[in-house]
Design a protein around this ligand. Structure first.
Ligand code: PRT
Ligand code: MG
Length: 222
């Protein structure tokens, strides 16, 4: 009888690196280094577990459609993915654990010479560039601030510098990127960490494979 195989979706970089210790706690060793290999499917020490490497923003999609049984992605990515599908809870992804890895915060930043507080006080209409349009829309709506959102896919820092936007909404961890581009953080929006997401059908069908991993991850992040 062919054995069921478990597929875990991860993105290269910080999420892969920071998930490795959790996998190890579950007795799983990834056998290849994604920075050295061009492979997109990585074997592990367990014949019944494999890792697939996808873009960070594609992790929820892979798990939703069953291309992977489970995955790890930032809360930012999850919120934006769910917004595309009609809001929180609409996608039906099971989110059992905050893994407390790849931590950062979502913030508003502006050019050092832009008086954000004053612009908000005056009720000015702000041009805001971001990759995180759902989070930005919800945040400014809750403040009653009118914004024109400009969707970008990266290098948000450039938007205020070129005059295209008054502000950006982006992730900040050390603050070095903002500093290097003469931007200042003016308002935090939310704390971000990475979550485990599980396909609900997989959880039923592959329960005996998934359950011990959930338990080991829960213990390692407690
Ligand atoms: O890079 P790609 O377009 O493929 O996707 P991605 O940027 O979503 O992936 P990746 O691997 O960069 O980030 C994956 C997840 O890590 C994000 O979804 C966040 O949940 C989390 N994370 C944690 C971060 C950061 N910290 C972070 N600092 N993601 C991005 N950054 C970027 C930030 O956007 C900014 O450009 O790093 C820069 C700021 O860092 P500091 O240290 O200079 O403040
Ligand atoms: Mg990135």
């Amino acid at each position: 009888m062919s054995q069921a195989k478990l597929t875990l979706a991860l993105s290269k970089g910080r999420i892969f690196e920071e998930t490795l210790p959790l996998l190890r706690a579950a007795g799983i060793e990834v056998l290849e280094d994604p920075e050295k290999s061009r492979k997109l499917i990585l074997p592990t020490n367990r014949a019944d577990v494999q890792v697939v490497l996808v873009r960070a923003s594609d992790v929820p999609t892979y798990v939703q459609y069953g291309g992977a049984d489970l995955g790890v992605c930032g809360k930012d990515t999850l919120i934006e993915h769910e917004a595309e599908w009609g809001g929180a809870g609409s996608v039906g992804l099971y989110q059992p654990l905050d893994l407390k890895i790849a931590k950062c915060r979502m913030s508003v930043a502006v050019r050092a010479d832009f008086d954000y507080a004053n612009a908000v006080r005056q009720g000015a209409r702000l041009k805001v560039a971001t990759k995180y349009v759902a989070i930005a829309r919800e945040f400014f709506a809750s403040k009653g601030v009118h914004v024109d959102l400009i969707k970008l896919y990266g290098s948000m820092e450039l938007a205020p510098l070129t005059g295209m936007a008054d502000a950006i909404v982006d992730l900040v961890s050390t603050g070095n990127t903002l500093k290097a581009n003469h931007l200042v953080e003016v308002e935090p929006i939310m704390e971000i960490s990475s979550r485990l997401v599980v396909n609900p059908a997989a959880l039923k069908v592959k329960r005996e494979l998934i359950r011990p991993i959930l338990d080991a991850f829960a213990q390692a992040t407690a």
